[in-house]
Design a protein around this ligand. Structure first.
Ligand code: ZN
Ligand code: ZN
Ligand code: ZN
Length: 136
């Protein structure tokens, strides 16, 4: 902690961003911005929901966080790792427990589809939702 934090707005935002990132580094689930906001609040951080959401978006843009959309259409965030390679997720619909997964068949299928339909620079998303061992 630095003292005399009367820096410009930019600086304050980046320290807020670090607070959120630090918090998410200790969480292995996908969480909504509301849940993250609530957890930060219970830790005594007084960040507004809009601020949390904005900072989460920036963290995703900068590649620090993964974001997915739940089957309910809610945006969820997770810190998956420092050295992130391409991966997919399997997520518990009930408790949010998440595992990172690599499925080589999916990668092959994407390449095959690109080749077959003559597409270049393709990307793909795949998230699997269900109930984890504990919740089923
Ligand atoms: Zn991830
Ligand atoms: Zn679960
Ligand atoms: Zn993939």
């Amino acid at each position: 902690m630095t003292t005399g934090s009367r820096g410009p707005e930019k600086r304050r935002n980046s320290s807020r961003r670090n607070l959120i990132l630090e918090h998410l580094q200790g969480v292995d689930r996908f969480l909504s911005s509301q849940e993250i906001h609530k957890q930060m609040k219970s830790r005594g951080e007084s960040l507004g929901l809009a601020t949390v959401y904005r900072q989460l978006e920036i963290l995703v843009d900068e590649g620090h966080l993964d974001s997915i959309v739940s089957p309910q259409g809610e945006k969820l965030f997770r810190h998956c790792g420092v050295d992130e390679s391409h991966h997919h997720h399997i997520i518990c619909r009930k408790c949010g427990m998440t595992r990172q997964i690599e499925i080589s068949e999916v990668e092959e299928m994407a390449e095959l589809a690109a080749k077959r339909y003559k597409f270049t620079e393709v990307t793909h998303n795949l998230e699997i939702f269900g109930l984890c061992e504990k919740c089923s």
